[in-house]
Design a protein around this ligand. Structure first.
Ligand SMILES: Cc1cc2nc3c(=O)[nH]c(=O)nc-3n(C[C@H](O)[C@H](O)[C@H](O)COP(=O)(O)OP(=O)(O)OC[C@H]3O[C@@H](n4cnc5c(N)ncnc54)[C@H](O)[C@@H]3O)c2cc1C
Length: 466
């Protein structure tokens, strides 16, 4: 049979392709099965004139060593995010004084009017020292009790009620979910994996939006595919059967178009919530089933507005705006390194916000976004060359973004280890399995390092038993 492989990798996003890339370098006979008609998963670069813009993941964080190393290996160049000039802060309630701008490099939280979140950050830091958020903490009563509370409820119970507005914005901006819909334990797991609350929303030496890839993030995927070669598109895996082939003890992988493949190991990089669409024999352990059934993907519309000039730069602004009022909760300068594309990118985030804005026409959304931008950078913002939106909730093989999140309950404290724990010969990778940069490209790439070690160790062990 020519459809037998050492390892089949499910998903041609960054985690799957990096796993396949490294296994191929180690001479494994591998196959990548990707459900979509393109590679890259939650990264997708689109061509605008002579430049490439990202409709999905785009920024490398300042502390993303594995993504940087991959770019170097693939000979991809990066360029710094544009932060010269002032950032807009549309976060104040006072009548007539609701928009201010600051040079972020010269101010601290107190200067921008966010001094009231300092005690909250201190409290969260103190708690973090008592809980290992990367591991299951059934035994840790603190983790269990934290998980029962949503972010908003935790703030109220702890006397930080005045910070709710900020933290709702923070959850929308970073998790694409509202502070009522995620547990405080999950938020802490996320923040701990990425650095700090400040580094997630402020530019600086450790910031999350530090640089971009020339040619777009999907260049990583396509460069890896050209090395791996054995990658198939339009192959949605619908079942993984470890039982039927009891003689050769091979795993049978079936796709929705009826293809059947066999292998010794499987690496699944399918995001947890999408595992609902795959049948497993034997069935997944209860904890893994809970992760797939109880987690939820965030809700994001990414908006890219193209202009004929970077007029905000000329006025001393850097295109970054943080807004509690929306419709865009966060925006950035999105020009390409060579200015072949002049653009601002923004995000409408959160379940209710998506519902609200998707009940309106595209023209209405466009008008609201452009009006918001004009309040920050003047009337030129009202006249773009082009307005592009991408609603990731509508993507069948992502079902939302940026990542899977955990609601208040007990799934994290009871099932945390099962993000990664192999199920027989099925191994798990993907950004949701990562303890570093959960939800980011770095998380996806880092997860592949762990799973490649697992596969190599397994194959060494099984050969040494022969
Ligand atoms: C709008 C947006 C903005 C973002 N911004 C950033 C950013 O600036 N910086 C950053 O670091 N991260 C960002 N992210 C997150 C980042 O893109 C993801 O964390 C990362 O790409 C996830 O990679 P992955 O391989 O783990 O998962 P995915 O990319 O989701 O890969 C999983 C793959 O599996 C495929 N698949 C699903 N089901 C099946 C099946 N049954 N059979 C076969 N294949 C299947 C999917 O099609 C997909 O290709 C953003 C994401 C989005 C959507």
């Amino acid at each position: 049979m020519n459809n037998i492989y050492d390892t089949i990798i499910i998903g041609g996003g960054l985690a799957g392709l990096k796993t396949a890339f490294d296994l191929k370098k180690n001479k494994f006979n591998i196959l990548v099965l990707e459900a979509r008609n393109r590679f890259g998963g939650r990264t997708e670069s689109i061509k605008i004139g002579n430049g490439w813009i990202d409709a999905g993941g785009q920024w490398l964080g300042a502390n993303n060593p594995n993504t940087k190393q991959l770019c170097e290996e693939l000979k991809l160049e990066t360029y710094k995010q544009y932060y010269e000039g002032k950032t807009i802060f549309d976060i104040y309630d006072k009548e007539g004084n609701s928009i201010k701008s600051f040079d972020e490099s010269k101010v601290d939280l107190k200067d921008i009017g966010l001094g009231y979140i300092i005690p909250v950050i201190k409290r969260l830091d103190d708690i973090s020292k008592e809980v290992d958020f990367s591991r299951t903490s059934k035994e840790n009563p603190l983790m269990e009790s934290l998980e029962k509370l949503s972010v908003s409820n935790w703030l109220i119970v702890n006397g930080f009620g005045e910070s709710i507005k900020f933290f709702n914005w923070f959850c929308q901006m970073s998790l694409a979910s509202s502070s009522d819909d995620v547990s405080i334990a999950f938020l802490m797991k996320y923040v701990n994996s990425c650095g700090s609350i400040e580094s997630i929303f402020l530019s600086g030496d450790c910031c999350a939006e530090d640089s971009r890839i020339i040619g777009g993030s999907t260049m990583m995927a396509y460069k890896m595919v050209s090395f791996i070669k054995n990658c198939k598109l339009n192959r949605e895996v619908v079942s993984i059967d470890q039982i039927s082939d009891s003689i050769d003890r091979l795993i049978k992988v079936t796709t929705s178009n009826g293809d059947i493949y066999f292998c010794t190991n499987v690496v699944s990089t399918v995001p947890p919530t999408l595992l609902r669409n795959v049948t497993f024999k034997p069935e997944l352990p209860l904890e893994k089933q809970r992760l797939k059934n109880e987690m939820e993907m965030g809700s994001t519309i990414k908006i890219i507005v193209i202009y004929d000039s970077a007029f905000w730069r000329e006025q001393g602004f850097n295109g970054k705006a943080l807004s509690f009022n929306g419709p865009v909760y966060e925006s950035f300068d999105n020009c390409t390194h060579d200015l072949s594309v002049k653009s601002i990118v923004g995000f409408i985030n959160g379940k209710d916000e998506l519902k609200h804005w998707y009940s309106k026409s595209k023209e209405e959304r466009k008008s609201a976004v452009l009006y918001q931008f004009s309040k920050y950078w003047g009337p030129k913002a009202l006249n773009p060359i082009s307005y592009i939106e991408r609603n990731w909730k509508e993507e069948k093989f992502s079902s939302g973004c940026y990542m899977g999140v955990c609601k208040p309950g007990s799934v994290l404290s009871e099932c945390n280890d099962f993000f990664r724990q192999p199920h027989g010969k099925i191994h798990w990778a993907g950004t949701e399995t990562s303890t570093q940069w959960y939800g980011h490209m770095e998380g996806a790439i880092t997860s592949s390092k762990r799973v490649v070690k697992e596969i190599i160790r397994n194959s060494f062990n099984s050969k040494s038993k022969l």
